[in-house]
Design a protein around this ligand. Structure first.
Ligand code: UQ1
Length: 452
């Protein structure tokens, strides 16, 4: 274990930026676009896999393209909003997370030229590759809600969001300074990352106000653009029952479109176009999200703007040396870090076999994703499911536990274990989610349509 990384943030040992990464070159064998959870995991796993097979790549053969100075553990922002974590402990300088054998191209991509195995950077330079892996994340469209940015910038507004590093601590400040009134928690219509987070922060606020005896003067409402509490019926039913039990109101298919933070009014649009106004004292809002423009406007995109990959192999449908995982991909599952832990080894196995034999192997992604639903201090419902919203619960198969029942152990997984495993294992390519630290093995050839 890298002692410097492991202890940073816990013992708070200050240290200088180290600049581990190898320097960029005009051509890299494997070019990874994005230095987030997916990019770091996949770059390291690809390098490690070639090495394990005795085909070690040279220093800088694998490169990550990303201009970001910081890399954030985004699943931790809910913990910050709930007062359980300090946000500075949840980020690292990106360059410090990249080992000496992987290069960092500290620029952003402007466009893709897959016919020429080339990407063009915002500087105008191009970089070529043998294989391209796109793991660039998704865009947060703050400005699609009128008045949102102005409300966030005013510290007296009572409006906050856990969906950015800058604003996640405002959420906790607002929860703590709340003295009763109406609290609204919103979720937009459409695809967002971690679709459970908009309600996790509501459950935590409810529990905080319960413990500090502020619930009597308080009305809470979950106002969501979606038709239900959650996309998987099993968990959705349980969450809805919990909502009723806790006396929380709900409005479904109400999409936040405008915040007037001087008047303390939020405006919602219903599917029929009707605008509904709600007054609030505290508003936790979730911005709408979507594909990044440089991907949407590229030949790699599907009709929506996601990188158009096969949902099982993660290989691009048109360009065979292009792969994608994580939030920017077209994979029809819920966008989470947990999903990336299962997508990464599948992508790596397929890329490795294609590079070595020219033929794809039998590694197939089943759509696994997870949503650790914080519902209070010491309580968490651990949703895990595959394509089609079919539950696939790790601790059910191991111990026969139904994960719809909240547990303290799940809470400690989310609060204490996952942040540690993230920086010590996942960003180094050593974490396989429900498989822990054991790399899953896949058949060399695709089994014919898995005959039942
Ligand atoms: C996981 O591996 C992971 O990454 C560190 C998470 O953090 C965001 C998760 O939320 C989950 C659920 C997993 C999956 C791991 C297990 C042991 C179920």
């Amino acid at each position: 274990m890298n002692a410097a990384l492991a202890t940073r943030g816990i013992l708070r040992i200050p240290r200088l930026a180290r600049g581990y990464a190898a320097p960029p070159k005009p051509h890299h064998k494997i070019l990874v676009v994005g230095g987030g959870s997916g990019g770091l995991s996949v770059a390291n796993q690809v390098y490690n896999r070639f090495k394990e097979e005795g085909k070690a790549l040279g220093d800088g053969d694998v490169a990550i393209v990303d201009a970001a100075e910081w890399h954030s553990y985004q699943p931790g922002w809910t913990l910050v909003g709930a007062g359980l974590q300090s946000k500075v402990d949840l980020r690292r300088r990106l360059v410090d997370l990249i080992p000496a054998h992987i290069a960092l191209v500290p620029q952003n991509v402007a466009s893709f030229q897959p016919e020429f195995n080339s990407v063009t950077l915002t500087t105008g330079e191009s970089v070529t590759y043998d294989s391209l892996i796109v793991s660039a994340g998704m865009k947060t469209n703050w400005d699609n809600i009128k008045g949102f940015s102005a409300a966030l910038a005013d510290y007296t507004s009572g409006v906050s969001s856990i969906y950015s590093y800058e604003t996640c601590d405002k959420t906790w400040a607002d929860i703590e300074s709340f003295r009763g009134g109406k609290a609204l928690f919103t979720q937009p219509a459409g695809v967002i990352k971690c679709a459970g987070a908009p309600q996790k922060i509501m459950w935590m606020a409810w529990d905080r106000w319960r413990r500090t005896k502020r619930l009597n003067e308080t009305e809470i409402e979950f106002v969501t653009g979606m038709p239900s509490m959650f996309s998987v019926k099993k968990y959705s039913d349980a969450l809805n029952a919990l909502r009723v039990k806790r006396g929380i109101e709900a409005s479904f298919e109400h999409n936040l479109v405008e915040i007037d933070h001087r008047a303390h009014i939020a405006k919602f649009k219903k599917p029929d176009g009707e605008i509904v106004e709600k007054e609030y004292t505290l508003l936790h809002a979730t911005p709408p999200m979507g594909p990044l423009d440089f991907i949407k406007n590229s030949p790699l995109a599907d009709s929506v703007g996601w990188v158009d990959v096969d949902q099982f192999t993660l290989r691009h449908k048109k360009y065979p040396n292009v792969w994608s995982l994580g939030d920017c991909s077209s994979l029809p599952t819920s966008k989470t870090a947990a999903a990336i832990t299962v997508q990464t080894p599948v992508l790596v196995d397929n890329l490795y076999r294609v590079a070595e034999t020219g033929e794809i192997g039998g590694a197939q992604y089943d759509g696994y994703t997870s949503c650790p639903l914080l519902i209070g201090y010491g309580e968490l419902m651990l949703a895990e499911f595959t394509y089609g919203g079919v539950p696939k619960e790790t601790f059910h198969s191991m111990l026969g536990i139904d994960q719809v029942t909240p547990r303290r152990f799940f809470y400690h997984l989310k609060k204490d274990i996952f942040p540690l495993t993230y920086f010590n294992y996942m960003t180094k390519g050593l974490w396989y989610g429900p498989h822990l630290v054991t790399r899953p093995k896949y058949p060399a050839k695709a089994e014919v349509a898995a005959t039942a």
